[in-house]
Design a binder for this molecule. Sequence first.
Ligand code: AMP
Ligand code: ZN
Length: 113
Amino acid sequence: MEDCLFCKIISGDVPSTKVYEDEYVYAFLDIAPQAPFHAVFVPKIHIKSPAFIDSENSLYVAKIYEAIATVAKNEKLEKGFRVVANCGEDGGQTVGHLHFHLLARRNLQWPPG
Ligand code: AMP
Ligand code: ZN
């Protein structure tokens, strides 16, 4: 999609530090990390947010969770990690392309602010 930052990252028009890629998924390091390890996983099709996941595109979400497990294993995140998908204004979503944050290597508090 034109004018979508994460579509531009997927196409390579905007540079990123890749941590994982397959047919369905692209993942890269967050530019403003909120934990010592902070990667962002995106589907390789433009889905606006978690509110737009449906039976037509949910395979991409399954593939993202598989990719997260693979990266967690490769990065040796045995102590645990958090996966976060912000949705819409109240959810704190700032980029309108579905994405899942993988946060790790620090003790994360609950509930979030
Ligand atoms: P959210 O606030 O949930 O929409 O997450 C968007 C995330 O994208 C934020 O954590 C930003 O730091 C991150 N971000 C924005 N621009 C870039 C970029 N060019 N490369 C990597 N991460 C980015
Ligand atoms: Zn997009």
